[in-house]
Design a protein around this ligand. Sequence first.
Ligand code: PMP
Length: 425
Amino acid sequence: MSRNPELFERACQTIPGGVNSPVRAFRSVGGAPRFIKRAQGPYMWDADDVRYIDYIGSWGPAILGHAHPEVVRAVQEAAVGGLSFGTPTESEIEIAEAIAARLPSIDKLRLVSSGTEATMTAIRLARGVTGRSKIVKFEGCYHGHADSLLVKAGSGLLTFGTPTSAGVPPEFVQHTLVLEYNKLDAVRAAFEKEGKDIACIIVEPVAGNMNLIKPAPGFLQGLRELCTQYGALLIFDEVMTGFRVGPQGVQGLTGIRPDLTTLAKVIGGGMPVGAFGGRADIMEHIAPLGGVYQAGTLSGNPVAVAAGLATLRLLSAPGFYEHLSAQTAKLAQGLTERARAAGIAFSADHIGGMFGIYFSEQVPTSLAEVSACNVERFKKFFHAMLIKGVHFAPSAFEAGFVSATHDDAVIQATLDAAEQAFAKL
Ligand code: PMP
């Protein structure tokens, strides 16, 4: 008897839906989630000691593979010196310097403990700096669970078909303009109509919360130009893409410089760290220098920062992203070849260490196209792979993640399993 269903039932007694973050619950794919006991490199082991090749990667942070010895050592050393002080520390300076040195758009940054806090505060800052109320977000993008951003959002909201959360009064989102991703004309029209009231655009510069959707050529550049023209701030939400798609995130790949950037996931190396940063003149509006308030009891937590710093250091190894990207490409191409051989309408895409798999002939370029993919087939594929020891994200609307420890043998084992899974679909 597997312990997973039993643990799930027990979890459901005291934790809503048995989980502390909705997509984990397997609700859209069915069955009981696997309760993970430990993880190492590309693998996780569940309550029955069954091993899985992991493509969730903690939803992005596990870029070095799980429990990298140097990261674990850094955490242990920091923990021995005290878990939290609520005072400034030298390690906070080091991580701020490390991030600012890597991302040219960031002069100054503030650490928080999650991506949600980072985006929520970046928006408050944009409103505070511009004195404007309206914000632009895109359908299918997810920026954490702050009220004004929970409109037509991606990730779990998209997965469960409730893209706008209950409990958010209409008045709280009346200033949120929701537009279609990759449709620059609509953004231009919105600015022509209300440009003087728009504080910022927040965008996932590569969308990873409606599966993986890349920006159309000219889309991000167009957003940059409109923001500059109308005096609005451009916020790149690189919580997922930061240090994941390349050493400087999407801004490095495209050369487009946002006014503010939000980060989390990889910069915490598996511990709770988020950040928002940008030009000094903007960041100086944050308390205690300016009137935009933000704070956090555990912000810049020394143990979390130690994990982040060790991770950032290891990412600087020569060839790191070339290797990561090559492994991810092998996965995406290999899956596509095997699906096609089995006569299944399937496509895959990737960027750096992030990938999307789609049960559709062509790689989707919009939320509408991604929504038209064959979700039933995804569910069958997901379970067929799980039984063979390969754990993808339990949703057809989430990107997947590869780590540096997904070597050729791991990718090959995944492709062998996929060949059998596709044959049965
Ligand atoms: N922004 C993006 C682009 C994300 O992918 C996420 C989380 N998946 C968030 C914000 C929210 O981050 P967190 O879950 O750490 O609050």
